[in-house]
Ligand binder design. Structure first.
Ligand code: NAP
Length: 248
């Protein structure tokens, strides 16, 4: 099997990014993981880590000129739209081989009642008429729900900042979550609708199973589109295969 040679810049903040960093570090590859610095106590991947933004497309392009890498792998979250756009442009400007690693979205299953919307604002509109809303879209962007007057349960890793709906209960927890835990939480708060982004992946999908079992609807926010023309893989294994091919 061909080895990956040269330094890899890995834009992270996801389980896939950590998985790829672990696989590369295990092969002795020089991997530099980059985190945005949004969470107070991030789970750090093995290998070297840098934290904080690059300063937009130009900042990242300058960084790549000063610190050339074998490849740039963008394994940020499917909703980290800005970083993904900056990475695509900066890679093109500097001629850096560039890969997008993005896990597939969730698939609706028999028994699901999903209502697909295009934004957090639309999601807030879609929960009108429900009494106990469970918002699992993360700490940022919650201002979109500030006008809701019903009971709102918000789950996030770090405390969310105002504005929040007036009747908000915050649960601070980091996944993965089990179906039993999700069922217990939803029953405790009499949740009758769940709001989520289509993040995909196994770490947080238990809420979808719990909603199906309880027979309650899920308001599913669509992913932002990817910039055109980029190479995209969905798994750590395929990212490794792409990196090995680059090495040849
Ligand atoms: P974003 O809106 O796409 O990015 C905003 C800015 O944050 C970027 O322009 C960049 O600043 C900086 N940034 C983002 N990811 C970075 C990284 N990996 N390394 C260095 N700088 C980074 O991103 P976001 O939605 O706020 O997400 C921030 C981070 O949290 C991402 O790493 C993402 O993987 C992770 N995350 C996001 C979500 C979500 O729902 N959005 C969920 C779980 C985890 P500069 O322009 O200064 O370079």
């Amino acid at each position: 099997m061909r080895a990956v040679t040269g330094r890899v810049l890995l834009l992270g903040g996801t389980g896939e990014a950590r998985g790829l960093a672990e696989a590369l570090a295990a092969e002795g590859v020089d991997v530099l993981s980059s985190l945005a610095g949004r969470t107070a106590d991030p789970v750090l991947p093995p290998g070297e880590v840098r934290i904080g933004g690059f300063g937009g497309t130009e900042g990242l392009a300058d960084w790549l000129r000063a610190n050339p890498v074998r490849a740039l792998v963008d394994a940020t979250h499917p909703f980290a739209r800005e970083m993904t756009e900056h990475a695509a442009r900066a890679a093109a400007r500097t001629g850096t081989p560039h890969l997008r690693l993005q896990r597939p979205g969730w698939r609706e299953q028999p028994g699901d009642d999903w209502r697909r919307v295009g934004s957090l604002e639309e999601a807030a509109g879609a929960v009108a008429g429900f009494a106990h809303v469970f918002v699992t879209t993360g700490r940022t962007g919650l201002g979109a729900f500030a006008g809701l007057t019903q009971e709102v349960l918000v789950r996030a890793v770090d405390p969310p900042e105002p504005p929040l709906p007036p009747r908000t209960t915050v649960v601070l927890e980091r996944g993965p979550f089990s179906v039993d835990d999700e069922l217990a939480l939803m029953r405790e708060h009499a949740v009758d609708v769940v709001v989520t982004k289509d993040s995909g992946g196994h770490l947080t999908e238990a809420k979808l199973t719990a909603a199906r079992q309880l027979g309650i609807p899920v308001v599913m926010v669509h992913r932002p589109p990817l910039p055109p023309g980029m190479t995209v893989v969905e798994t750590v294994e395929d990212a490794l295969a792409w990196l090995r091919a680059q090495a040849g």
